[in-house]
Design a protein around this ligand. Structure first.
Ligand code: DLZ
Ligand code: SF4
Length: 508
């Protein structure tokens, strides 16, 4: 009797464990565009289009390969509207009693599959470099689960950039070389663009009709939507941008949305690219002498370090993780995150490019939109919801740890050893935003002062009990304490006034 082989929208890999387990002769592959997945958060239209287009093309390539694929399009009249609903419908249709799935990347779906009246086998998702059990063994008995130590284990295990047992070049981490401010010019034309083909165009029309009024510009749409295109995008990045990726990975520029970033995270998260092939290409470029060590190491750390570590923390910490709120932040997300006018140029630019591209790089996410939300005390659940909605690579396994943990410190320090907060000085150093801003970054208080400057101290002051004993923050509390009391009072009063205006909907 045939079994159903479930392939989800972010499981578009030929070597998926569920497909490896399947019998092409007798089993039936189930893929479905469903309302529930498209609406559990109001994803950016570009992201929905990317997922649907990549699903349709992957289904076509499976069929060419001889698989029996039952594919449901969103507008099909008998669409059951959810993944479990579609599985039940296909079970009725085929008489199948069992489902083989690769474990979804989200607790919500893992639980939904576990609760089905059909027998569902959820196999490990071994497209990741570290397995869940491997992480649990590593985590056992450790007081803190810092990424750096996990990363070193992954380097040793994979052998990437290793000389025997030692890291290539003698250091595990070259981050101190990766903090150059925004350059004058960028000599990279940006990530590879792909013209929509017939399949993509049909999906764009569908998304326009069904989700066109959600936040985000659908067109122009240029993402890769199949494995061949994603491979070309990777090669293009490695050849033309990787050599300078390291130097400028933390820089930000108002008119350069991509700098030397690869913009392939979504392709990896959908399964179009395997993290190992990405690291292989990066390492090869370094071994060939085309890429400096700081760029190659920095990139590989993002993939086998951060990316894997985020996923492990998500599963290790359990289903309640996305809703943690250690700092008890309750303020509503202000409308400027949805494009309402703001005089803060850094935020305006970061939100504008997010709306247009469904993309912003990690420092824009962490130190502009994330930093501002944390300083203002925005409810981390709302911040998490925003990141899930607006980015093309957002899946809960990575977005929750990145937002709730790393960016908002709402997990109380599982991921970050101190909160990622800064005044305007950091943004000014790393970007060209401040020169075009209504506010003055050099001005610390008073009319026209950069709001980050007072908000930073307000945050430090209101969370003193939690952070003053943190050795990495002691110096800043020393600086705060050495300020004259009336200066401290002015800062707190101005920050409170700002927050009041923010919450009452004034343009800030
Ligand atoms: C993100 C997404 C969207 C928008 N739509 C679908 C869909 O219609 N069908 C599907 O199988 N998967 C979709 N996905 C991806 C899932 O939401 C993803 O598999 C889970 O969030 C687990 O990571
Ligand atoms: Fe942002 Fe402040 Fe710079 Fe304006 S001055 S761009 S608000 S950091």
């Amino acid at each position: 009797m045939s079994r159903l082989i479930l392939v989800l929208g972010d499981q578009l890999s030929e070597n998926l464990s569920a497909l490896r387990e399947a019998d092409k002769e007798s089993d039936v592959v189930v893929m479905a565009e469903v309302r529930e997945e498209a609406t559990y958060v109001q994803h950016h239209p570009k992201k929905i289009a990317l997922v649907f287009a990549a699903m349709r093309k992957f289904a076509a390539s499976l069929r060419e390969d001889g698989w029996d694929v039952r594919y449901t399009e969103l507008d099909d009249s008998d669409n059951a509207g959810s993944i479990p609903g579609e599985l039940l419908r296909r079970a009725d249709e085929t008489g199948a009693k069992e489902v083989i799935a690769t474990e979804p990347g989200e607790w919500r779906l893992i639980e939904a599959l576990s609760d089905m009246p059909l027998k569902v086998h959820q196999l490990a998702d071994d497209r990741f470099i570290a397995s869940r059990s491997e992480f649990e063994d590593w985590a056992k008995g450790r007081k803190s689960l810092r990424m750096e130590y996990f990363y070193r284990e992954q380097r040793k295990k994979t052998g990437y950039m290793m000389d025997g047992d030692e890291p290539a070049g003698g250091q595990w981490n070259y981050d101190h070389d990766n903090r150059q401010p925004a350059p004058e010019d960028i000599d990279f034309g940006g990530p590879m663009h792909f013209t929509p083909d017939e399949t993509v165009e049909a999906v764009l029309e569908l998304v326009e009709a069904r989700f066109g009024n959600w936040f985000g510009e659908l067109r122009p749409f240029w993402f890769a939507t199949d494995r061949g295109q994603a491979r070309r995008a990777l090669t293009h990045f490695v050849k033309h941008a990787l050599p300078k990726f390291g130097d400028y990975q933390d820089a930000m520029m108002g008119d350069e949305r991509f700098l030397y970033h690869s913009v392939i995270s979504a392709y990896m998260n959908l399964g179009l690219l395997d993290p190992r092939e990405v690291c292989d290409a990066v390492e090869q470029s370094w071994r060939d002498g085309d890429t400096p060590i700081n760029a190659a190491e920095g990139y590989i750390r993002q993939v086998i370090g951060w990316r894997e570590y985020m996923r492990q923390i998500y599963f290790h910490e359990g289903p309640d993780y996305p809703r943690r709120n250690a700092l008890n932040h309750q303020r509503a997300l202000p409308p400027l995150y949805w494009g309402a006018e703001t005089m803060m140029h850094c935020l305006s630019k970061a939100v504008e490019q997010t709306r247009d591209e469904a993309y912003a790089h990690h420092i824009q996410r962490l130190m502009v939109t994330g930093n501002f939300a944390l300083l203002c005390g925005i409810d981390p659940a709302e911040v998490e919801d925003w990141y899930m909605r607006v980015y093309f690579d957002a899946f809960e396994w990575v977005t929750a740890p990145n937002t709730v943990g790393m960016s908002q410190f709402a997990d109380g320090g599982v991921i970050a050893s101190k909160p990622y907060v800064s005044s305007g000085t950091y943004i000014d150093k790393m970007s060209d935003y401040c020169g075009d801003c209504h506010y003055s970054v050099k001005q610390k208080t008073g009319e026209g002062a950069c709001p980050f400057n007072v908000l930073y101290w307000h945050f430090m002051d209101r969370h003193r009990d939690r952070f003053e004993k943190n050795p990495r923050m002691a110096q800043m509390y020393g600086t705060w304490d050495r300020m004259k009391p009336d200066k401290r009072e002015t800062i707190v009063a101005e920050a409170e006034d700002f927050l009041k205006r923010l919450s009452s909907g004034d343009t800030v």
